[in-house]
Ligand binder design. Sequence first.
Ligand SMILES: Cc1ncc(COP(=O)(O)O)c(C=O)c1O
Length: 373
Amino acid sequence: MRVPFLDIPAQYRDLASELDSVVLDVLRSGAYVVGKHNKALEEELARRHGVRHGIAVNSGTDALRIMIQACGIGPGDEVITTAFTFVASAETIVQVGAVPVFVDIDPQTFNIDVAQIEAAITPRTRAIMPIHLFGQLADVRALTALAQKRELIVLEDAAQALGCRHDGVYAGNFGRAAGLSFYVTKNLGAAGDGGLILTNDDDVAERSRSLRIHGMGRERYYYDAVGYTSRLDEIQAAILNVKLTRLDVWNRRRAEIAAIYLRDLADSGVTLPVQSPGNNHTWHQFTIRSRNRDELQAFLKEREIDSMIYYPVPLHFHTPYRGYGEGEGSLPETESAAREVLSLPIHPHLDDEQAAWVAKCVAEFTAQVPSGR
Ligand SMILES: Cc1ncc(COP(=O)(O)O)c(C=O)c1O
């Protein structure tokens, strides 16, 4: 049975007539750049997250870069973050002239190990950027308490955390700002790139709105800062608004698939994902760990089951970021996660039979290769 990792066309089929008509409406309207669809998206996501402002931009990467800059982080400032993430997390810190300082992760959640932050603080530290990985928040209570004590700004990389909450409080409320991504493969994906900044801070919101359009101030063609071309296209905003109407249903389906995996793999010996107390999980990824990860992936591939490795190489091993890290062995949990993680298919268009087949094959592998657990 073929099990694809993603099924983007199936999302389109779920909503084809609404998507077709809204895209045509935008085309016919001539309002392609800033318009009612952007406004509706910004308002709806701010409302859902209980945050004052939503600022749509043209990628999750730009959401991070613009929010970092809008929070006043710049040359020479150190930002504490993790190396077990998509490259944009550290890339955007470097792009504003700041310095990423990597600390290790919690091996169970893959999120920043808050206990290790204190030791990484220096007089140049200005901010902490937790990455809410795979669909649940980092340890936001401990992190915000520490940030408050040490007078540091929290910047949330919420690219994978739309709809994530802790004790009922959503991403975007723990930091001065948070960046969401609507990249195609996200739980809410555009037909291309898109992102959004969430913030409760009026000044950060105003600066972000300005930075996304070249740093333009309130008056047209007068500039307050060096900015970017980073508006979200109206077609993308319109598509996202339509898909938002289905997001809760899709996320519930992801949770059902996660429940099948958790049930069927409970005794398999592979390390299963852990949901921290107080957190919900939106199951952006379902990531297991195995000491024989590469063999397991090949075993699944032979059975036509796709899987992905997020992330095979920690950021401090990549040439452009090596200088910011302490080299091999410096982040042991990050490095061992990169060797062991495997994300199983968990998109909302998988059926129960496919999910059960994936779990059966994983369990078959661990039965054959007990050392691969
Ligand atoms: C953790 C993380 N940060 C940042 C990004 C960047 O988002 P985008 O691809 O929309 O630029 C992504 C997604 O790709 C991500 O997963």
